[in-house]
Design a protein around this ligand. Structure first.
Ligand code: C5P
Length: 307
């Protein structure tokens, strides 16, 4: 019976080549105009019915996951339970494994990518047959970045980041510099509010010049169009990020910015070979740096999972 076979789904981390932050709304979120852009750090979630009758969640992969909760507060369980709620009856006990390759609390939506993959895998395993729009609605209830992580690629996000439209982008080459600390997203937004307390909130920003450059692959235009309103707040909480950005430019990157709320830093490079050289130069200084491809959509549900 296919329905009871394990299912797995793969999603990706993101950077925001453009993140304009507007006012703090009454619900505590900030209105955004952002460009989400997937990067090739992959999160793979595999869900199976549990033989023991007990729920279990385990993390493996390229990052140290010991700080993560495996209990009901983990977004993965919230995603699975939100899908299961559509069954009308209780769900079976499940065994979930997550292969995690995105830095934790790094500003790259790793937790959101796990939740998105869990939604896709649970929908397949439980036979709920939720449509894309239904999954997106659940995703938005889990977090602002989760709807984007369902689809991946390059999209403009508005509202609090959940109102999405896909845009054209060439594949880009980035170097991600991983920081060994973590930054709390609410703390970075709160610092931005504090930094802005005496200044007017900037007018809503227009990402069109960046979008044109992304569509045509004009690297100088992309470099000129990068913007992250959270960067000053992230650097104010973690001043070493200023040094990381300088080191990236000194290593030859065309441009760089803090990824989302940080502390990961994304460096724009010309092509994969250039990114490999920049990453190598940064590793030689003792930094944790990796070259990744940006802009690939999906891959979403792994249809090959049969065992
Ligand atoms: O939606 P998510 O759970 O990822 O958001 C985490 C926190 O980030 C929110 O509680 C809020 O403090 C901040 N945030 C915000 N405006 C957004 C997105 C996130 O203020 N558009």
């Amino acid at each position: 019976m296919l329905k009871s076979m394990p299912k797995s789904a793969t999603t990706q981390a993101k950077v925001n080549p453009f993140l304009a932050v507007g006012r703090r709304r009454d619900d505590g979120y900030h209105s955004l105009v952002t460009v989400f852009h997937s990067v090739g750090l992959f999160e793979r979630v595999r869900i199976a019915r549990s033989d023991s009758g007990e729920d279990s969640l385990e993390f493996g992969g390229g990052v140290d996951c010991r700080s993560l909760s495996t209990g009901a507060d983990n977004l993965v369980w919230q995603a699975v339970d939100a899908v299961a709620a559509r069954l009308g009856s209780g769900r079976p006990a499940l065994t979930i494994s997550v292969e995690k390759n995105t830095p934790i609390q790094g500003g790259m939506a790793g937790g959101s990518a796990d939740a998105a993959a869990a939604l896709l895998a649970a929908n397949a395993l439980l036979g709920t047959r939720l449509t894309g729009p239904e999954l997106s609605e659940i995703a938005a209830s889990l977090g602002s970045d989760v709807p984007f992580c369902l689809g991946g690629g390059t999209m403009v996000g508005e509202g609090r980041g959940e109102r999405l439209r896909r845009v054209a982008s060439v594949r880009l080459s980035w170097v991600i510099v991983v920081d060994d600390g973590a930054l709390s997203t609410p703390a970075v937004y709160a610092r931005l509010d504090a930094l802005r307390a005496e200044r007017a909130v900037p007018a809503p920003a227009d990402p069109s010049p960046l979008l044109s450059a992304l569509a045509s692959g004009d690297i100088d235009g992309i470099a000129a169009g990068l913007r992250n309103d959270l960067q000053a707040a992230a650097i104010s909480l973690a001043p070493r990020l200023g040094d990381t950005l300088e080191a990236g430019l000194a290593a030859g990157a065309r441009a760089g910015l803090v990824s989302g709320s940080g502390p990961s830093v994304a460096l724009l490079c010309l092509d994969p070979a250039h990114a490999a050289r920049v990453a190598e130069a940064l590793r030689a200084e003792g930094r944790l740096a990796m070259s990744v491809e940006g802009g690939r959509p999906g891959p979403g549900l792994d249809l090959g999972e049969r065992t």
